[in-house]
Each structure stands twice: as C-alpha cells, then as structure tokens.
Design a protein around this ligand. Structure first.
Ligand SMILES: C[S@@+](CC[C@H](N)C(=O)[O-])C[C@H]1O[C@@H](n2cnc3c(N)ncnc32)[C@H](O)[C@@H]1O
Length: 297
C-alpha cells in the first residue's frame, strides 16, 4: 500500500507545494500556468461525457473531485469557462492588488454570472485546507474537505456528503493520492449510496504512473479499469532538463515510447476509467468518446 510516487513527487518532480495551500488561487495559477499546465482543461472536455453515461446507467449525478485544490475542476465543469479563462482572470492586473477577501467578493459574482443552469453537484477533497476553503467560499463546491485521506479516515461529515456521488475525478493528483485514499473514499461512497455500489472513477495520471496497483484496488470494489487508447493528453511542460531526463528514463524502463510526446518536452497523461463490471462490458471506453470531435482538440 506504500505510494511509489511519493518519492518521485518529492525528489524528481518540480515542487509546487508552496502554491497548493495559499489563501487564494492567484499563486497557483501563476506557477502552474508558467508551465502550461493543462490537466483540468482535459477534464472539462472529458468528464461531462462520463457523467452523462453515469446518469444514463442509472447512477447518481454527483461528482467527488479528489485533489480539488481551489475548485479548478468544479469551476470548469459548472461554468461556461475554459482553463484559459481562469489563467487570464487570475493573472489580470485588475485583481492583482486585491486582498483575498476582495478577490472573493469579485469571484462570487464572476462565477455566478457564467454558472450553467444545471451544473453538476461537486464535492471536493484536498489535503490543502486553505484551498478547499477558498473553493467553498467562492461557491464552487457543494461540500469540501481539507483532509489527507492517505493518513486519516474521512470524517463522519464526508460519509454524509457522498451518498449522491456517481463519478470520482482526479486531475493532476494521482501519485499524491494512492491506494489508501481511493480505498477510504470508495468505502465511504459505497456505505453512503443507497444502492451500495462504488462510483465510476476517472483519472488522468502521467504516463510514468504504473496504474496496476490502483486497478487491482478498484477491482476489489467491483470496478473494471480501462485506459483510453485513442490518444494521450499533454499535461504540462517539463520544468527543467532534470525532470525531463528522469521521466524519459522511467518511461524507457516501462517500455513506453516517448516519441512525439514526452520527447517534445511535455508530461503526457492517460485517461483511466473504472466502472462496475457490467457497465464496462457494454461500451468500451474508446467507444464512449466515439462521437466525432470529442477527442479532437
Ligand atoms: C497539481 S495540483 C492539481 C489540482 C487540481 N486537481 C488541478 O488539476 O488543477 C495537486 C493537488 O493535489 C493535492 N494533494 C497533494 N497531496 C494530497 C493528498 N495526500 N491528499 C489530497 N490532496 C493532495 C495538492 O494540495 C494539490 O491541490
């Protein structure tokens, strides 16, 4: 159950810890934007299709976003906004001098104006308690938990909040969260849902992540895991040559071909989807995204 990526995150990956738990998201968007971080934009394009499928299979329509940070995925799934819009907003000179309270005063109407008429209900969890608090205050999350489920069991309130969760999402967080977190979260959702079933789980881990331990864990919760084979997803540029060399070495060990992808200077991610066995055998993950254009961007 130990997390093999904890060491990679601490020693071989650019470190963003200093921007994960600030009082507001400006520093986060500045740091991640400087490396063209794109994972939530892929979530914006992919997760609605999955949520639609969860609903049509009779599952509940709520989303639990793990590693939710300042509510980035909630902002994109619930509002008529792109990740580019968020980068532009939080880098704009007009808000640079605002205090966190003033930024919140400005963010609430900003999000309210472009909220979809029926946004998905999104619950967030992240070990960065300040970030989660910001997302709650900005009105992005239905409920939020600033907790580290790698180290502690979810509080009772978490169990009470997740009974309507049909889809668990993670962008940019697999590796930080690993078997312990997913096990605790899936157990809590199963206990809370009236049908007792595990939710779908959709993640976008970097390609150097060996997903087998998570697939095995998910199968113990009755879920079958597939990897989308149709394309990969550029996640962000490497911060420096050391990061690039480390990733290329890891991929070589895993026999993964980096040409046209990591070799070009970018982390690439795969989409993994875990679903109850019967639902996975109906339509393979590649066919879920068969509508022309959905993956062409
Ligand atoms: C790269 S950010 C991704 C945030 C957001 N999902 C996105 O794509 O913009 C990684 C997030 O993982 C969170 N994180 C790190 N360790 C964690 C843990 N043990 N449990 C929950 N969240 C964690 C960090 O606080 C940070 O918000």
């Amino acid at each position: 159950m130990s997390n093999p990526y904890a060491q990679h995150n601490e020693q071989n990956k650019a470190n963003f810890d200093h921007v994960y738990d600030l009082p507001d998201p400006r520093g986060y968007f500045e740091a991640l934007g400087s490396l063209d971080y794109l994972a939530p934009e892929h979530g914006r394009r992919l997760f609605p299709t999955l949520l639609e499928r969860v609903r049509s299979a009779g599952g509940p329509a709520g989303v639990l976003d793990l590693c939710c940070s300042y509510g980035v995925n909630a902002a994109l799934l619930g509002h008529d906004l792109t990740l580019g819009d968020l980068y532009a907003r939080y880098a704009s000179p007009e808000i640079a001098a605002l205090s966190t309270e003033e930024l919140l005063e400005a963010d609430r109407p900003f999000y309210a104006e472009c909220r979809y008429s029926s946004p998905p209900g999104i619950i967030g969890a992240d070990s960065a308690a300040n970030a989660v608090r910001y997302a709650l205050w900005a009105g992005l999350l239905e409920a939020g938990f600033g907790e580290n489920f790698e180290t502690t069991d979810p509080p009772e309130a978490f169990g009470q909040a997740v009974g309507g969760v049909g889809l668990v999402t993670v962008t940019g967080g697999v590796g930080y969260v690993w078997e312990r977190t997913f096990n605790r979260v899936l157990k809590a959702v199963e206990q809370a849902r009236p049908d007792g079933r595990a939710p779908w789980v959709a993640t976008l881990p970097a390609r150097l992540v060996d997903y087998d331990p998570l697939s095995d864990l998910f199968s113990r919760h009755g879920l079958v895991t597939e990897r989308l084979s149709l394309r990969t997803f550029p996640q962000r540029r490497f911060a420096d040559a050391a990061e690039r060399e480390h990733v290329l070495r890891q991929l070589a060990e895993m026999d993964v071909d980096p040409s046209g992808k990591e070799e070009e200077g970018w982390y690439h991610a795969d989409l993994y989807l875990s679903r109850p066995a019967g639902e996975a055998s109906n339509v393979p993950v590649d066919e879920l995204f068969g509508t022309p254009g959905v993956l062409d961007y």
